[in-house]
Design a protein. Structure first.
Length: 218
């Protein structure tokens, strides 16, 4: 009986390893640049313009391939939208990876702009990202691994007949990491992982059958 339990536990361990074996650790820094911090144009500020991330092996797995981290709050201290604020100005977010290496991609471009709606009754700033705020990051041998990063945009400091100023009326910007596949994988998880799991449970089943035959013969 102990042998059966041991084999079953080993099979379960193999299954767990198979499901997460292909997950890669992603670590590095992010940098927010090209902020328009003075007139002309809508003046925007961020609670942080740089930070680090470390998504350890096992956080992104076959059963849970995405994770989200908070980056910064984007806001303005201007009191109202003026004519010069309605010109879109650039903003850029760059993810630089230290692990894995090498990588390519990780840059998201966008704009910030002030807008008025309903004849100026409502005013706010708007953060718009190109390509819906999504960038592909290729990594590993021949850069055939794939991670996508998606960043949210939206309105900030929305106010009535003016802007609600300050950080509390800002926009929370987060990044969602979506692990697609490792360089040797065609998907999540790769077929070899499923084969390993099936083999492990097969071992446990074979041992159980042999045990029953031995009991019956006795």
């Amino acid at each position: 009986m102990r042998k059966i339990i041991f084999v079953a536990a080993a099979a379960a361990g193999m299954a767990f390893a198979a499901a997460s074996a292909q997950a890669t650790e992603f670590a590095g820094t992010w940098t927010l640049s090209e902020l328009n911090t003075s007139d002309p144009g809508l003046v925007v500020n961020a609670t942080k313009t740089t930070g680090s991330f470390d998504i350890a092996n096992g956080v992104l797995t076959a059963s849970s391939p995405t994770t989200t981290i908070n980056l910064f709050d984007l806001y303005t201290n201007e009191g109202s939208i003026e004519k010069d604020d309605k010109t879109p100005l650039p903003i850029q977010l760059t993810f630089t990876f230290t692990t894995p290496s090498p990588t390519s991609g990780g840059v998201i471009n966008g704009t910030t702009v002030g807008q008025e709606t309903f004849l100026g009754v409502f005013q706010d700033g708007v953060l718009n990202w190109a390509d819906s705020g999504v960038t592909d990051v290729n990594f590993g041998t021949n850069l055939s691994g794939l991670l996508t990063i998606g960043v949210n945009g939206g309105a900030f400091n929305t106010g009535l007949f003016g802007l609600d100023k300050g950080k509390r009326a800002g926009l929370d910007v987060s990044a969602t990491f979506d692990w697609v596949n490792d360089p040797t994988s065609g998907g999540v998880p790769e077929p070899a992982s499923w084969a390993l799991m099936i083999a492990g449970f097969g071992m446990a089943g074979a041992t159980l059958r042999r045990r029953r035959v031995a009991v019956a013969a006795a």
